[in-house]
Design a protein around this ligand. Structure first.
Ligand code: ADP
Ligand code: MG
Length: 594
């Protein structure tokens, strides 16, 4: 766990101690503080509703004892009128109370969700390397939802139940002490049965939920990778895997249903027996004239109303436990400090010149596994260099540490003679245009994907950028042109087109530094030529670092660095490196020669 300062993932899904802790409650309360007055108003309404709830049985008692017994019609009408009024009043206040509670609940959920989102957005890549996206998505959705449930279904309901129970007990004791005692004889047995039931049922439903999540994850992965599944004829095996998860799901569901159908009637029976007890005991008393018939009827209603909240107590407890585990996970995530920190005296300047220097840079993703070993080089303003090397040599790592996607272990990286850790992160990155190996395309239009939702960028600018990077003809032949919706992750765009979209982004951003991780897969020669042409244009006037996989790219740069096992082993231009007959020569023979 991150809390201990270790390097492992921030928190596992299992939370061992589910008891709500004071610090969690305090922190949660902090989120509700801005809404304190609404919460108080809702609580007041809740008290009124609870009080109103005990009126109808009392009215029944009055109607029976006072008016039915004496055949007083006007009295009965009057009672019926009051009864209706109480119900309407209860309905209106309850409506207002629920609306207010929901309002606060939703507002707090938005606050927490946005906080988590903002925090996630700023975490270092190291964090994302260690935490599966699926789990993080669960965190933002399910865990926040559990908190919502805690507030609306847990805390508020418990407060309401508490008022109801107190009010009922007071009224019952006032009406008849002996009947009250009789009603509560079975209370302990009932409470215990209800508690056991809810614990068992909760465990079963947790299993069901687990398998649903597993099934969803499996489905999503299989559909996302459907091309690979089909290409490798994995359909049958994956079908079996999905079937196994579904069978587990069915089993767990049946367990939950069994518990519900076996235990629940037992719990209900106990409450019915209590009512039977009142009829038996109270009936005798009524015949003796010790209690009135109306009191007896009212008692039956009260007992029902009394037992329901007690029955649900276990469930409420589960909600509280769940929410406690969820808030624990959310707060732990918010406390995760895997950030790329800005220096206290950070410089609010963006790199303008584009001179890059590595001084004895050592870098590792995980402690003890050094990836880059003592790398030093200097790239002058406007220079174009290529990094080449075998897969896993460390090329992507070298370019990832320049915009501080990761921080280095030791050494220095200087841009315009200033250590990159001295820049404000955002300013530093504003000075660097990045083209990743697999350009990410967001859901939205072509226009959005080039402008990246920057409102200050006009359609004309986007069009001009698209023309420069040879993307324009591809976009213009689409039905909606720049307003064409891009499929999920740009699926309706070719790899070449996606590459050009990434170029267009850089062209608009216009930074002094260009960093590109060239795609490894080859594209048809025609598109290839267009991309090369675009690359030449966007390299123009920029310090450019290209992780190169194509000979044509390599021939377009001033200098080549050969990376081998985390070190720069050779340096020079194409001809001089070939003449050396070293690593570059071998690489060239293997990769680039026809
Ligand atoms: N996110 C990561 N976490 C841990 N190790 C990584 C990560 N990315 C790359 N590596 C490891 O770092 C080494 C260099 O990788 P990389 O820089 O991607 O090489 P290249 O781009 O030259 O193919 C490889 O051994 C790779 O397994
Ligand atoms: Mg790479």
């Amino acid at each position: 766990m991150m809390h201990g300062g270790g390097q492992r993932s921030f928190v596992s899904d299992e939370v061992k101690n589910k008891k709500p802790k004071l610090w969690i409650i305090k922190r949660l309360a902090g989120y509700f503080k801005p809404f304190i007055w609404i919460v108080l108003a809702a609580t007041l309404m809740l008290m009124i509703v609870s009080a109103l709830q005990i009126v109808p049985p009392y009215l029944t008692k009055v109607a029976i004892d006072k008016y039915i017994a004496t055949k007083n019609f006007t009295g009965i009408y009057k009672i019926a009128g009051i009864y209706l009024l109480v119900l309407i009043l209860q309905l209106v206040i309850q409506y207002a109370e629920i609306m207010l509670t929901e309002y606060v609940g939703q507002r707090v959920m938005i606050d927490i969700r946005m906080k988590v989102f903002e925090h996630l957005e700023n975490l270092s890549m190291t964090f994302f390397d260690k935490n599966p996206i699926g789990r993080l998505v669960t965190r933002v959705t399910n865990d926040v939802e559990a908190l919502h449930e805690l507030f609306t279904g847990g805390v508020v309901a418990i407060i309401g139940d508490f008022f109801t129970i107190i009010a009922i007990v007071i009224v019952m004791l006032k009406m008849s002490i002996s009947l009250t005692v009789a009603s509560f004889v079975l209370l302990p047995a009932f409470a215990i049965a209800a508690y056991i039931f809810s614990i068992k049922s909760h465990a079963a439903y947790l299993d069901v939920r687990k398998y649903v999540a597993e099934s969803n994850a499996n489905l999503q992965e299989n559909l996302s990778g459907v091309k690979v599944v089909q290409a490798f004829a994995r359909e049958d095996r994956n079908y079996k895997g999905y079937e196994r998860i579904n069978k587990n799901y069915v089993k767990a569901s049946f367990r939950a249903i069994t518990i519900n159908t076996v235990f629940f009637p037992v719990v209900e029976a106990l409450s019915s027996i209590s009512i039977g007890l009142i009829i038996w005991y109270g009936g005798g008393k009524s015949i003796q004239g010790a209690v009135s018939a109306g009191t007896l009827v009212a008692f039956i209603s009260y007992v029902k109303r009394f037992f329901d909240p007690i029955r649900d107590l276990g469930e409420k407890y589960n909600i509280v436990q769940n929410a406690s585990a969820s808030s624990f996970r959310i707060f732990k995530l918010l406390d995760t400090k895997m950030l790329i920190k800005d220096a206290p005296d950070k410089k609010q300047i963006t790199p303008k010149i584009g001179q890059i220097e590595f001084k004895n840079v050592v870098f590792s993703y995980n402690k003890g596994e050094t990836i880059l070993k003592n790398i030093s080089f200097k790239i002058e303003r406007g220079e174009k260099v290529a990094f080449v090397g075998a897969t896993g040599a460390g090329k992507t790592s070298i370019i990832s540490i320049i915009p501080r996607l990761y921080d280095i272990d030791s050494g220095e990286i200087l841009i315009d003679d200033i250590d990159i850790r001295k820049y404000d992160k955002k300013c530093l990155r504003a000075g660097i245009g990045m083209v990743l190996q697999e350009p990410f395309i967001f859901a939205g239009t072509v226009f959005d994907n080039i402008a990246l939702w920057d409102k200050s960028i006009t359609l004309d600018e986007v069009k001009r950028a698209a023309e420069i990077v040879n993307l324009a003809p591809f976009v213009e032949r689409r039905r909606k042109g720049y307003y064409e919706e891009v499929g999920e992750r740009g699926s309706n765009f070719s790899q070449g087109e996606r590459q050009m979209i990434a170029f267009a982004r850089v062209f608009i951003k216009n930074p002094p530094i260009l960093i590109m991780d060239e795609a490894t897969s080859s594209i048809d020669t025609q598109t290839e030529a267009l991309i090369q042409d675009a690359l030449l244009k966007i390299m123009e006037g920029r310090t450019s670092i290209i992780v190169a996989h194509r000979l044509s790219t390599i021939k377009n740069v001033n200098r080549i660095f050969v990376v081998h096992k985390g070190k720069i082993v050779e340096e020079g231009d194409h001809q001089s490196l070939l003449a050396k007959k070293g690593v570059y020569y071998k690489l060239y023979k293997l990769q680039y020669a026809d």
